[in-house]
Design a protein around this ligand. Structure first.
Ligand code: NAP
Length: 258
């Protein structure tokens, strides 16, 4: 299928690894020129070089913390953008008794206020040009809470509410905003969470992964490539009627009818 977005420009945050990289690669395969962001310059450079070599699109890199004012200014200076993919690391797991105001403010800044700031900066230009796509990488925790990820549950609920209203305000201008909700995917983030299970329960990595996979009807972790393919479709010309949705990619793990 021709996604119809060849020559568009995308900003993909948190793009050196994992789900952000999966989105960047799928957009590049559709002919989209990229600005990629992550904090670590080494992995970012390797990711950018691999995408240039494989897909022949233009790739610029900005090594910066997207949750900082300076980091956002650095990526936004390379605009305008037709497509925005917001992403950053998820908050750490823990227990509700241990979280104080600073923990909540950190999670809210990274996983709610940062995507909102990026949308605030880029939506006006998209609306003026009459076309735009925004994808926020959030979590299955938006649909069904993951108790040990209470910081994530909290911050992402705020972003979800913002998108629900704002997406309806920009849709008349040809701009769509949607959220992608990953369940367990095979990335560094999933490995870090598995390591928590290993430590807590004294089991091996293979046992931890088998146990988590057994709780997913698809009986496996998702891949960054299939996550990226959904991102690219939502960003395509064919996605223009999909507005303000929260799309689960979780192998059926969230046991719900709707
Ligand atoms: P990952 O494999 O750890 O990759 C995270 C990417 O974001 C890396 O490129 C990282 O590079 C970059 N990053 C992290 N913090 C950043 C910051 N402050 N500024 C700029 N870039 C930053 O994580 P992932 O599995 O792809 O997860 C992506 C998002 O999906 C996270 O919010 C996570 O909580 C959520 N999620 C993931 C899963 C899963 O199973 N994988 C499930 C549910 C939700 P640097 O470290 O070099 O900056």
């Amino acid at each position: 299928m021709d996604l119809g977005i060849r020559g568009k420009r995308a900003l993909v945050c948190g793009a050196s690894k994992g789900l952000g990289l999966g989105c960047a690669r799928a957009l590049a395969e559709a002919g989209v020129d990229l600005v990629l962001n992550a904090r670590g310059a080494g992995a970012l450079g390797l990711a950018a070089e691999a995408i240039r070599a494989e897909f022949g699109v233009t790739v610029e890199e900005v090594a910066a913390d997207i949750t900082s004012d300076e980091g956002r200014a650095a990526v936004l200076a390379l605009g305008p953008f037709d497509i925005l993919v917001t992403n950053a690391g998820g908050p750490p797991p823990g227990h509700w008794k241990d979280w104080g105001e600073a923990d909540f403010m950190g999670a809210i800044k990274a996983n709610m206020l940062t995507p909102i700031a990026l949308m605030t900066a880029l939506l006006p230009g998209m609306c003026d040009r009459g076309w735009g796509r925004v994808i926020n990488i959030t979590s299955q925790a938006v649909k069904a809470p993951i108790p040990q990820l209470g910081l994530s549950n909290t911050a992402r609920a705020g972003l979800t509410g913002y998108v629900a209203g704002t997406s309806r305000q920009v849709a008349p201008f040809g701009v769509t905003i949607n959220n992608l909700l990953p369940g367990i995917h095979d990335t560094d983030r999933a490995t870090a969470l598995d390591q928590g299970v290993i430590r807590a329960e004294g089991i091996t990595m293979d046992e931890a992964r088998a146990r988590r996979a057994a709780g997913i009807p698809a009986r496996r972790y998702g891949t960054a490539a299939e996550f990226g393919a959904m991102c690219a479709f939502l960003c395509s010309q064919h996605g223009g009627f999909i507005v303000g949705q929260n799309i689960l990619l979780d192998g059926g793990a969230t046991n719900a009818t709707l």
